[in-house]
Design a protein around this ligand. Sequence first.
Ligand code: KG4
Ligand code: ZN
Length: 320
Amino acid sequence: MNILGIETSCDETAASVVKNGCDVLSNVIVSSLNEHSKYGGIIPEIASRRQMECINSVVEQSLIDANSSLKKIDAIAYTAEPGLIGSLLVGISFAKALSLATQKPLIPVNHIKAHVYASFLKDKASVEQFKAPQLPCIGLVVSGGHSNLYHIKTFKDFTLLGQTRDDAIGEAYDKVARLLKLGYPGGPVIDRLAKNGKPSNIQFTCAQLPGSLDFSFSGIKTAVLYYQLKNKRGIDYSDEDICFAFQQSVIETIVKKSLAACTQKNCKTLIVGGGVAANSYLRKQLSAEAKNHHIEVYFPPMKLCTDNAAMIAGLGYHWA
Ligand code: KG4
Ligand code: ZN
């Protein structure tokens, strides 16, 4: 069964054809990110206007890349929620119009749940190493808008175990990068700079919220701000040292709560998705700690960590 996926929840316009919920036949992503970076965040009006302009050609290209056509598509899956309303509307309206015109069934998909589905996808570049995770498992979504922990029994049965009470982890990366004037998005640059940071006397801590699997990441950016105000850059600290200390603290918290969720639900499989799943330190720390606890951890291929339509088509298959 071939599913056409359409994703327009934030700055990207994406379309993909996925076979049987697993094989990624095409994965087209056009992003307007460059146009937003000078503002330090996404401007919804710019995002939805760009999506209106390019959705037609993105969907067409995804069919061409997959060596497919609308006739060979069995159903159309689209991101129904959550996301920027103007952006979502472009994808939703397009999917509905296409479904009406072609008489193909429509499948609404939740964007956050789809992020963890990325580990079940086999893209051309990762065919060799591919091994599908086992259900039930714990799903960790670490993105620009969400930090969620799920107990996943089946692809239709997700129980939310914990979520952020304020900022998402990706949002914390983006806000700290803004304080350090590193541009947007902040995750990749902090990831890179932190590699040259030294363990130092800079200590940032995240609220631990004992007894809960919820997260809180808003305090740490304020701690970074006050540290900057009280100390001199180049004399007391370097940007690299701040990135190191910040990253160490947020990743430690994510690792601790993810393993606690596995213990609580007696799960030996942990799957990770969302933009922050591309983070090198998270990959290293979580893999090492999971191994110590005899838990198998799965990260998607890099290009399926951030927003894409293959994850929408993939999860949509299970609702078809
Ligand atoms: O999943 P995503 O593409 O969009 C949402 O659904 O939110 O995630 C984007 C987020 C941004 O906050 C970005 O800074 C973060 O993912 N990100 C990273 C890395 N690459 C992207 N954060 C940490 N390390 C990275 N290497
Ligand atoms: Zn996302």
